[in-house]
Design a protein around this ligand. Structure first.
Ligand code: C5P
Length: 296
C-alpha cells in the first residue's frame, strides 16, 4: 500500500431506543433515538489515484450507488476536486441489517477524503455533507452514545452508556428497499412522544443507572408481525431469559446487552438450526477503538 494511503474504521451502531413521533411533510419520519457505537467495524483504505475506484470483499457492494462512492463524488462536484482515490472496503458489519454499516462507511469516506485530498473541512461541514447522503450518517462523526433527533441529522453526544457485551443476531432475510419499506409499515399506533428516550438521556447526563427495561424500538412490533424469520429468532432468544431482546434500527438485527463475555458467547447456541448470522462484540465509547471480536 502507498505510504500516502489513509485508513479509516467505520464502526457499527445499535439503537438503544428508537421512537417515531410521526410523519413529516417531506415524507421522512420524525424520530427520537439513542444510538450506541459498537466495537464491530468495517475498515476502509484510500490511496491516491487519478480515478475513483472501489474494491470490496463483498463484490455486490462495489457498485456506483455505494454510499462511499457517492460521498466521494459529492465532494468532487461540490468542491471542484479533480483527484481520484483507489478505495478498498473490508466489510465486517452485516449488510442492510439495522447496524448502520453503509452510513458509517459513508462517514468514514468523508473523513478519509478530507485528509487524502487536504480539503480542510470542519467536522460540522463533513456532518452537513453526510446528512445529504443519508439520515443516519451524522451520528458516525460522533460515535459513543448520542441522542439523535429530526430525521436523524440532529446529534447530541451524551455521557457513555455503560459498557456491555453485545450479541448481535441478524436473520438472513431479504427485505427489498428495507428502510423505506419498514417506515411505510409504521402505523400511528406505533407513534410515541420521545419521552422514554429523553428520560434515558437525562439519566445518563445525571450519571444514574439505566435499566434495560427502558429500552425499546418502534419497529419491533412491525417486524414481529410481518416477518416469520425475525419472529423465530426473537422467540429463540427469549430462551436467554435473563436479558431483554432488542431490535436495532429498522432491523432485522436483534441484540442483547450482556454483562460478560461468557453470557454473550452462549447466545449462538440458542440460534442453532435458524438461518441467522451471530456476532459477538462490545459497546465502545469515543476513546476506544478495539477490533472486531471474532464470531465464537
Ligand atoms: O435517509 P435515508 O436515505 O437513509 O432514508 C431512506 C428512507 O427511509 C427514506 O427515503 C424514507 O422513506 C425513510 N426514512 C424515514 N424517516 C427517517 C429516515 C428514513 O421515513 N427519519
Amino acid at each position: 500500500m502507498s505510504h500516502d494511503a489513509v485508513t479509516e474504521y467505520a464502526h457499527a451502531k445499535v439503537n438503544l431506543t428508537l421512537e417515531i413521533l410521526g410523519k413529516r411533510p417531506d415524507g421522512y419520519h420524525e424520530i427520537v433515538s439513542l444510538m450506541q457505537a459498537l466495537a464491530l467495524h468495517d475498515t476502509l483504505t484510500f490511496a491516491p489515484a487519478g480515478d475513483l475506484t472501489l474494491r470490496c470483499n463483498v463484490s455486490e457492494l462495489a457498485v456506483q450507488g455505494n454510499l462511499v462512492l457517492r460521498a466521494a463524488r459529492l465532494l468532487q462536484t461540490e468542491l471542484g476536486v479533480s483527484k481520484g482515490a483507489a478505495i478498498t472496503l473490508e466489510k465486517s458489519i452485516p449488510i442492510a441489517a439495522g447496524l448502520g454499516g453503509g452510513s458509517s462507511d459513508c462517514a468514514a469516506a468523508l473523513r478519509a477524503l478530507n485528509r487524502l485530498w487536504s480539503l480542510g473541512l470542519s467536522l460540522e461541514q463533513l456532518t452537513d455533507f453526510g446528512a445529504k447522503l443519508g439520515s443516519d450518517v451524522p451520528f458516525f462523526f460522533h460515535g459513543g452514545t448520542a441522542l439523535v433527533e429530526g430525521r436523524g441529522e440532529k446529534v447530541t453526544p451524551l455521557p457513555s452508556f455503560p459498557f456491555y457485551w453485545v450479541a448481535l443476531v441478524t436473520p438472513r432475510v431479504l427485505i427489498a428497499d428495507k428502510t423505506t419499506t419498514l417506515y411505510g409499515k409504521i402505523t400511528p399506533s406505533e407513534y410515541a412522544s420521545g419521552k422514554a428516550t429523553r428520560l434515558i438521556a437525562e439519566l445518563l447526563l445525571r450519571g444514574e443507572t439505566v435499566d434495560a427495561s427502558l429500552l425499546s424500538n418502534a419497529f419491533l412490533p412491525v417486524l414481529l408481525r410481518e416477518n416469520d424469520a425475525v419472529r423465530a429468532c426473537w422467540d429463540r432468544m427469549q430462551l436467554a431469559r435473563a436479558r431483554q431482546v432488542l431490535l436495532s434500527g429498522s432491523g432485522p438485527t436483534l441484540y442483547s446487552l450482556l454483562d460478560n463475555e461468557e453470557e454473550a458467547r452462549s447466545i449462538p447456541a440458542l440460534l442453532m438450526g435458524l438461518d441467522a448470522e451471530v456476532l459477538v462484540t462490545t459497546t465502545t465509547s469515543l476513546e476506544e477503538i478495539p477490533g472486531i471480536l471474532p464470531d465464537s
